[in-house]
Design a protein around this ligand. Structure first.
Ligand code: F0G
Length: 458
């Protein structure tokens, strides 16, 4: 197992993950000026640790103060990059549930499975945890405009938070493939919404080149302040588990910001005596957008070869994930793994999550799909049925209704889907757990027949 990285520093700042160079906390940079690698926000070690710190977090749950009620700022000793509490922005966000999923556990071959559902956030995805911190830093820096490239959820979150903080939100999304649900959020929240004739990776590269010239602040997950807010998912989870860490945490991977922040959070908790063991971080990518999984499977996790991404789980349709080195650091430190799952596995797992009355968007279902496979395999990466496992659901079921309805109508095709045009080429997916709508004539007998047929088939 790799040596743990040093989580703290003698002063606050932005520290390069490679060369260790320290940059100023208020520098408007996204990468190390010396070597070009990613940056971590670092702080002095908190004065309070262990049970005392946990008690401080806990008591805020019954406070009337907005920043105490926020699932992010309740843990503010762990992200003290602000100078004054009056600088903090909150919606509020976080405080998402941990849900037992017995049918999914059975489907995966596990004794028990719990989902931490981050879709219970103000804009319906996990992005709000990080965006609140990124927008707070933007406000501290006096930014007037903030921007991101997005597959849809980051843009929805940025649009809401920036608008509420009085900044201009600018979002770049691929012209095709972003769900209408997510697009509608950016439009409604007043973002300048730019549909780029290209993919997410191209939009991200364009923004990186243009932002300094136009004086706009990038709030993609390359921005290390986003990851600071995102860390609190782990604090919240550990608190919900009574500070008894699970054996494994399974998370979908796209641009790899979320998994990176989980690693940083766990590393910090360990140092403060709040982590009972290292949960093995298992990152799951869609098979058609799996550059980190391919790196691990080929035994060369120190090198990432970008891919041309293709998946119906459009949220994670990313071929050149920016934060991959931080994600790999977390996986290695926790003795975790990175894997990928097929379109068919994702579609069926998503329907199973629905059967537990939970629901999620397609990217989130990669977690259950991977667990089912890893629990049945005889490899080193096998998941033991008795492990305590928490899987992270990142987006609400309403984020991509088109996908869900098509699955249940046995009309989901592997490729070539766009919002304006549905091009039904590519091979059809099997809808093993389809629950199609029933169309009836407007008569009592037809209605009664439909209902009775279902009642008797249960
Ligand atoms: N799940 C959902 C629902 C997402 O929207 C994303 C990323 C991920 C998982 C992957 O998380 O990038 O931190 O590894 N969505 C981004 C966006 C890229 O623009 O909304 P990651």
């Amino acid at each position: 197992m790799a040596q743990p990285w040093e989580p703290w520093h003698v002063s606050r700042g932005l520290r390069c993950i490679s060369c260790g160079a320290l940059h100023g906390l208020r520098d408007v940079i996204y990468r190390c000026g010396a070597c070009g690698d990613l940056l971590d926000v670092v702080y002095r070690r908190p004065g309070e640790t262990g049970a005392a710190l946990a008690a401080r977090f806990r008591v805020r749950q019954v406070s009337d103060l907005a920043i105490d009620r926020s699932g992010v700022w309740r843990f503010r000793e762990m992200l003290p990059f602000y100078d004054d509490e009056s600088q903090i922005i909150t919606y509020p966000e976080g405080n998402t549930p941990l849900l037992d999923a017995p049918r999914c556990a059975q489907y995966a071959g596990l004794r028990r499975l719990r989902f931490k559902h981050l879709g219970f956030n103000p804009t319906g995805s996990f992005k709000d945890y990080g965006m609140v911190a990124g927008v707070t830093q933007a406000r501290i820096l006096g930014m007037r405009a903030v921007a991101c490239a997005s597959t849809g959820n980051t843009s929805a979150s940025l649009a809401a938070y920036a608008t509420r903080a009085g900044m201009l939100p600018i979002v770049l999304v691929p012209e095709t493939g972003v769900s209408f649900a997510k697009l509608s959020q950016s439009l409604d929240y007043g973002a300048l919404t730019i549909m780029v004739r290209g993919d997410f990776d191209q939009a991200q590269a364009l923004l990186r080149r243009l932002a300094p010239r136009l004086g706009i602040y990038i709030l993609n997950s390359v921005n290390p302040f986003r990851l600071e807010g995102q860390k609190t998912v782990m604090f919240e989870l550990m608190e919900q588990l009574g500070w008894r860490a699970p054996d494994r945490i399974v998370v979908p991977g796209g641009n790899l910001g979320n998994s990176s922040s989980f690693g940083k959070a766990l590393r910090e908790l360990e140092d403060l005596g709040l982590l009972s063991k290292r949960p093995r971080l298992t990152i799951v990518q869609a098979r058609g957008a799996a550059p980190l999984s391919e790196a691990y499977e080929s035994g060369h996790s120190e090198r990432l070869v970008r891919v041309h991404a293709s998946t119906l789980a459009t949220a994670i349709k990313i071929g050149a994930p920016v934060s991959w080195k931080k994600a790999a650091r977390a996986v290695d430190w926790s003795d975790g793994w990175v894997t990928s799952v097929s379109e068919q596995e994702i579609a069926d797992a998503k329907a199973m999550i629905g059967r537990d009355g939970i629901g999620c968007e397609p990217a989130s279902a990669t977690t259950l799909a991977a667990l089912r496979r890893l629990a049945s395999e005889g490899t080193d990466e096998r998941v033991d049925p008795d492990e305590t496992v928490v899987a992270i659901l990142t987006g609400n079921v309403l984020k991509d209704p088109d996908y869900t309805v098509r699955y249940h109508q046995s009309a989901l095709f592997e490729e070539h889907r766009s919002e304006t045009k549905i091009i039904e080429s590519g091979s059809p997916l099997a809808s093993a757990f389809a629950n199609p709508p029933v169309i009836v004539d407007a008569t009592e007998s037809a209605l009664a027949d439909a209902i009775e047929a279902r009642m008797h088939s249960r």
